[in-house]
Structure formats: C-alpha cells, structure tokens
Design a protein around this ligand. Structure first.
Ligand code: 0X9
Ligand code: ZN
Length: 302
C-alpha cells in the first residue's frame, strides 16, 4: 500500500508498480522502457481496461528534474486513483489508456535524496571535467539549443553534448514513438510556481491550435481551484515563464504530433523545491481534479 505522507525512493516507486501489476492483472501491465545511465530500471505503468490497443492514450511523466519531488508524487497519486480507486475513477479508464512514467531522471532523483537535495540534472559522466549530468529538459531534438539552454557542462541548463545525449530521454522517445498515433495528451510534471504551460518553449510564436490548449488549461485550472488549489498562470512556456528550447513538451507536440502537450509546474513559491511532505496530499488531491478534466476531454474528443 502507498501513502502520501512522505516522498518515495525510486526503488519503492518501482515496488509499488510491481504490487499493482500483481494485484490488478486485468487493468495494469508494466513495461521497462530501458535503463538509466546508472542502470536503474525505468518502468512505465500501462493502465488499460481493454480496447486491444485502439483507445486514445494519455502519456504522463514526472521527475525529469531531480529535485522536483512533488512531480513523481503526483504521478503516483494519479496511478493510485486510477487503479486502486476505480469506483470513483472508472470513467477515466473505460475509454482511455494511461501510460505513466513516474521518474524520468531516476539517477538524479536518487542523488537528490542521498547527496544534494537541490540537484536538477541527470548524472551522466562528461568526457572530460568534473561537472556531471545534463538538463534533460533541454536535451530533446526539437530546436535544440536555440534558446534558454547552455553548451557549458557545469551549467544547470546544460543541453547535453548533442540532442538525446541522455539515455533516459532516448528511452522515453522510443516509447513515445511506438504509441504516437494514439497519444493525444502528454502531461509532464515539474515544480514550482503554479504554471500550466503549453508549447512553444523555443519561440514566442503561438501554435496554431493555441486556443484549444488555452481553453482546456483554463478548465483544468478551474477544477483545481474549486478543489482548494491556487490558480495557475496559463500560457505558452515562452510567453508566461521564459524561452527554453529542447523541452519534452515541445518535442512531443512538434515531433511526435501529440496535439495536447502540457507542463504543469505544481505548487506556489513559498517552499520552492523543498515542499514539506505534509503538503503532498493536498497538492496532489487538488491537481487530480484537473487530471479528471484532462482525461474526460480526451475521452470525449478522440
Ligand atoms: O525550465 C524548465 O525546464 C521548466 N521549469 S523548471 O523550473 N521546472 O525547470 C519549464 C519548461 C517549460 N517548457 C519548455 N520550455 N519547453
Ligand atoms: Zn522542472
């Protein structure tokens, strides 16, 4: 059983997924999408009640940035609710498949627990020098390095030696490729600041379907505000936050053709990355109301 009164380690997260796969055989399957740089198993949980692989897919990840611990916790709560609370949430899985990767940067996530609470990047070893890792959210192959990214290994926003230099991103890229025709919504969790962002991050130009993206984001926001959450700032990454190319959200929309692609920056600024564990449950509960809106939209429109 899982609890939301503390942050889970990567091995505990994988153990929880295994437990669900054992217990809910008709709803849950696990797929390893590969190993991290330091050889951790990257496991996607597939939640599907049927449909033989024809239903629209919602793809979710968290933990691309190591120190943003509320992000993996959010994905775990979504998993917990969709799988273990099917009485309340069965409508979200009866026509939509959910593919969820709780930790996209497991090496960095563990390092932020054991060595450096505010670590952000992956933990890949450079060819030379002593600065480890790349910013996995500057490393995707779409307008790579054009804006808001660095070619300096020691920078917090180091984009990597080349696009997809980071194996963790290659693993998710290949998984996304295999399911791209059915994937209608991509949701990637970060913290902090209460932003609900959509492409683009590489340019201030708006995508042609920005109205759809904006309207859906506003509906998600209203749902989580009604549940007691703080309102989001909504808009494109560049226009609302800052320009930063090579993000996973831009890549999923621009390259994989996922129509609806969002970055959710959970929680306001009071605690920054170091959100006390007592805030996990209220935070994830509130945003789950937004997840309901997302899931219902995909169910009704695809
Ligand atoms: O800078 C980032 O990668 C994200 N903010 S964070 O504070 N969590 O690091 C925002 C990413 C928004 N998306 C793109 N710029 N593509
Ligand atoms: Zn982040």
């Amino acid at each position: 059983a899982i609890s939301f009164d503390r942050y889970y380690r990567h091995s505990e997260i994988n153990a929880y997924l295994e437990e669900l796969a054992e217990k809910f055989r008709d709803l849950v399957t696990l797929e390893s999408i590969g190993r991290s740089y330091e050889d951790r198993d990257m496991v996607v949980i597939k939640i599907s009640s049927g449909g033989n692989g024809t239903r629209p897919v919602v793809l979710v990840d968290g933990g691309i940035h190591a120190r943003e611990w509320i992000a993996p916790a959010m994905t775990l709560y979504i998993i917990n609710q969709l799988v273990e609370n099917s009485t309340a949430n069965g409508a979200l899985t009866d026509a939509v498949d959910w593919y969820i990767l709780p930790v996209l940067n497991p090496d960095g996530y563990e390092f932020s627990h054991t060595n450096d609470r505010l670590w952000r990047k992956s933990r890949s070893r450079p060819a030379s020098g002593s600065c480890y890792g790349a910013d996995q959210n500057r490393n995707w192959d779409f307008h790579w390095m054009e804006n808001g990214a660095s070619n300096q290994r020691c920078s917090e926003i180091y984009a990597g030696s080349e696009p997809f230099s980071e194996v963790e991103n290659r693993n998710l890229r290949d998984f996304a490729e295999a399911h791209k025709n059915r994937t209608k919504l991509y949701l990637t969790f970060h913290s902090y600041g209460n932003y609900l962002l959509y492409p683009w991050g590489y340019t201030s130009d708006l995508p042609s379907d920005w109205r759809t993206l904006q309207d859906l984001a506003e509906r998600v926001d209203r749902a989580q505000v009604a549940a007691g959450g703080s309102p989001f700032d909504i808009g494109t990454s560049t226009n609302v936050l800052y320009a930063a190319a090579g993000g996973s959200d831009d890549y999923m929309k621009g390259v994989k053709g996922v129509a609806l692609s969002y970055t959710a920056e959970l929680t306001d600024t009071a605690y920054g990355f170091e959100l006390p564990a007592s805030y996990i449950l209220p935070t994830v509960r509130q945003f789950f109301e937004g997840v309901r809106v997302f899931g219902t939209y995909v169910k009704d429109n695809f």
